[in-house]
Ligand binder design. Sequence first.
Ligand code: SF4
Length: 380
Amino acid sequence: MPVLNAPVLDQTVRHLYVHVPFCPSICPYCDFHVLTRKSGQVEAYLERLEREAAWLASQYTVELDTVYLGGGTPSFLRDAELEALVGSIRRHLGWGAGENTLEINPGTVSPARAALWKSLGFDRASVGVQSLDDATLKFLGRQHDAAGAREAVSTLIGAGFRVSGDLITAVPGQPLEGDIHGLVGLGVDHISAYTLTIEPGTEFARRGVTVQEDDERAGFERTEQLLTAHGFARYEISNYARPGQESRHNLAYWNNRTYLGLGPGAAGHYPAASVSEAALTSRRTNPHLHTWLTGEPGEAEAIDAEEYVTDALFMGLRLRTGVDLADVSQRSGLDVRARHAGAIATNVERGWLELDGTWLRATPAGWWVLNRVVTDFLEA
Ligand code: SF4
């Protein structure tokens, strides 16, 4: 790939993802690293987490802008456990100056707990609503009903959180319009809408559940029509926000920034100084709980400048704004536009990408076939 200049990459890590793998029960579509808790496991998890946080602090320059506690169900931790976890993060890595999100299961919310979460420093709640239709929730194996989800969101908004609601679309028989109007009516300012996908190894895969392409397409298109009419903007392929309410943390992923991954199964993207000379950054995914508890680290994968560029295109094309090729060229030191001229021209001609100055973005038609579009860049 043509070289432009020396890469200019920020060596300070500004984002932290923490994985809490425990859930009250396992949903039949879930393929995350999750477990129901067993005696002694959370204590061991918290001890190891403290050591890993200290190790990360010793390895990297960290100045956090965002913290995101995901899972699993972080809000399923008992109050003292969550306090201990936040204490470990604050002691070794500090806290986010811009945004601190807690993933929350509706069944775990009460006014007292919402107040505690707020006092611990969380300002944003990502709530696993999924649907406001009891039959759909039952089909998805969720532990809450629609009334419980409504109450949880109202409580969190009342406690002062910015609230994002998760929505699953393309569920057989789901009243999609009712779900969307209902969720907006609760006052959330951000919605993550993901199509139900049947991943190998899940309970749904074993049962032979399938998703109809018509439902998938309706979920993809109708969700945007309805949410746009309600004043939300689709700023990423699966995420909608009222103005100014986008997720700062997730934008860091889509903009290919570095971030720390803390906890079992957590993925991280790091400044690469020590991995290899050719590496610009590195990626490391922690092992699952039992191995992670032994202290074994995940294997670091060196990301060279070419791979860095491909990653930046993959993720940046998910955004409505698209990706600034000049910025990626500067960060990687490579001339991105020259290297991918063929893939860009072909997809602009097909009507799937558009080039606006130095910005490359997917058109609405291109979003629907994004996997195919990015294959052209991989083959370049
Ligand atoms: S609550 Fe979320 S993380 Fe836990 S099993 Fe269900 S889908 Fe997976």
